[in-house]
Design a protein. Structure first.
Length: 240
């Protein structure tokens, strides 16, 4: 016969083994922000735009954010008088339409049209908010974008208030060629009329024509239908 002591020892050992047995935790999936912004999925669709096509228009219901995968997008606003002004020029890696995240902004305050063939990822508002709340890697990317845009708005305001139309035109051409970005500049920028450039700069077509011819004579640009921007154009912006 087994002694009472040995039975109690086995029961105690069994209880200890039960305490030490733990259910293994499920391994959490690492969030890949690049993959999220590159592929379709829940609340995400690909939108392909041709030149001059609209991603959204001023006054539309604001229910999604767009991420620019490739191409160039121009944000503009139209006043009640009918005058149109360019708000921003955006490229690959930028977001647009982010005002929909604020409940106080149910409609679009700008229009977004492609100035080159573009591919955008459309992210539904609910999916955007969910991802921002749950994925810190993604929220870091988005906050960095907002800070960069805020700095750019301040630069644009200073440019408009204190710089001549010649400097403003040079700056627009450099921005279109993506000088100052991490990747190499495009040099050849999207083809656009002098009327569009004049509207972007905030001056007349005659002034744009005058300065474009001057830039070409000085060797800052090649201008024959398409526009090729040389780094030497920076001297116009930097010169006091």
């Amino acid at each position: 016969m087994q002694s009472t002591g040995s039975k109690q020892a086995r029961k105690s050992s069994g209880r200890n083994e039960g305490r030490n047995t733990r259910t293994p935790r499920k391994k959490t999936r690492d969030f890949d922000a690049a993959a999220f912004l590159a592929n379709t999925g829940l609340g995400r669709t690909i939108v392909r735009l041709g030149t001059k096509d609209l991603a959204f228009s001023q006054g539309d219901h604001a229910d999604s954010v767009f991420y620019i995968q490739t191409g160039r997008i121009r944000l503009s606003v139209i006043a009640r008088t009918g005058k149109e002004a360019t708000v921003a020029l955006l490229g690959a890696g930028d977001f647009c339409g982010e005002e929909c995240i604020a409940l106080a902004q149910p409609v679009r305050v700008t229009s977004a049209n492609a100035i080159t063939p573009s591919v955008l990822l459309k992210i539904d508002r609910k999916e955007m908010i969910r991802t921002l709340h749950q994925e810190h890697a993604f929220s870091d990317i988005f906050v960095s974008h907002l800070l960069a845009r805020n700095a750019r708005v301040q630069e644009d305001l200073v440019d408009q208030l204190f710089n001549s139309s010649e400097k403003r035109l040079a700056r627009v051409l450099l921005l279109l060629a993506q000088f100052g970005k991490e990747k190499a500049p495009d040099k050849v920028i999207p083809q656009m009329s002098q009327e569009v450039l004049a509207e972007m700069v905030g001056t007349t077509r005659a002034r744009v024509n005058f300065f474009m011819n001057r830039f070409r004579k000085l060797g800052f640009i090649e201008y024959n239908g398409s526009i090729e921007v040389h780094p030497s154009l920076l001297s116009v912006v930097l010169h006091d």
